[in-house]
Design a protein. Structure first.
Length: 301
């Protein structure tokens, strides 16, 4: 498997997506915007069709050479619009996302028809086509992945503050609007990076499910993000390896593995918590304890 050039590129892309997708997913889960990736993904579909249309008009070969750049532009614009609508509060967040869902799909199908293609040409972008990753696609994925990690990790403290308590961050002097737009833009880039691996319809799952798994076993934001990145890489590589030997959809296989892992961890978590030794933490060990609580534990007076 490792000697196949197609699989080599696919594995590198899978690792890049597995690392980057949960980074922004951690912020989206903290902000309770888990479905934002879906909304951006649908808008990116319009960008794919628009890139196809522009490429055909310019005589670019192949016709979809500008599909990914078009998806990047459309996803970034759509994410900024969603953030502006959410900030101003004129339309509730779920309504704004619904408009993006329906408008993105309809726009993509309409434009691909104008470009002389069919809705079937969009299938590889909807459900992923990692086996067709070209060297150009891989370099673009690498560049975007580095940018996502640089912003997501480099600005982690500020982005976490905004995601956790926006009003407190504004009172503390942080540039809340700029940071919110940064989260939206980087989330859009994450969607386009993962587009080739799991497809636009499933990209949100790869951003959110590893984070949900990590939250079952960690309590720290930093550890949640780190563990989610590890989980993302594992499910992407394992899922891709399975599809090398079995004729299955790589994107669907990766997402199903992630959800199955979540189910297993969710079932085992209560058992692990009960078996974990419960030790009382005494914040003032130098002061004699004279207050007892049920179960024989002590707390300082």
């Amino acid at each position: 498997m490792l000697s196949d050039p197609f699989m080599q590129r696919a594995l590198i892309a899978a690792v890049l997506v597995g690392v980057t997708a949960p980074v922004m997913g951690t912020y989206l889960v903290q902000r309770k915007l888990s479905l934002l990736g879906d909304g951006i993904g649908h808008v990116a579909l319009t960008g794919v069709a628009l890139g196809w249309l522009v490429g055909g008009a310019m005589g670019v070969v192949p016709d979809d050479a500008l599909a990914i750049p078009g998806a990047v532009v459309a996803a970034v614009i759509g994410s900024v619009i969603i953030e502006i609508v959410r900030e101003r509060g004129r339309t509730s967040g779920d309504v704004a996302l619904a408009l993006m869902f329906y408008g993105g799909i309809a726009g993509g199908v309409l434009l691909i028809g104008v470009a002389g293609g069919s809705s079937g040409n969009l299938m590889q972008y909807l459900f992923g086509s990692i086996s067709s990753v070209s060297p150009t696609d891989l370099w673009l994925t690498l560049i975007l992945g580095v940018l996502i990690l640089a912003v997501g990790m480099g600005l982690r403290a500020a982005l976490f503050a905004v995601s956790y308590d926006e009003e407190f961050s504004r009172a503390s002097g942080l540039p809340v609007r700029a940071l919110n737009i940064a989260i939206a833009v980087i989330a859009a880039l994450t969607v386009t990076v993962a587009m080739r691996v799991v497809g636009l319809l499933l990209v949100s799952a790869l951003m959110i499910v590893p984070v949900a798994i990590a939250q079952l076993v960690t309590i720290s934001f930093r550890r949640t993000m780190a563990l989610a990145m590890v989980i993302g890489v594992v499910v992407c590589v394992v899922g891709l390896s399975v599809t090398y030997w079995q004729t299955l959809s790589p994107g669907a296989t990766i997402v199903v593995l992630a959800i199955a892992l979540y189910a297993v961890v969710a079932v085992l978590r209560p058992v692990l918590v009960r078996r974990r030794p419960r030790t009382a933490h005494d914040p003032h060990p130098d002061i004699p304890d004279d207050v007892h609580v049920e179960g024989g534990e002590r707390c300082s007076a």
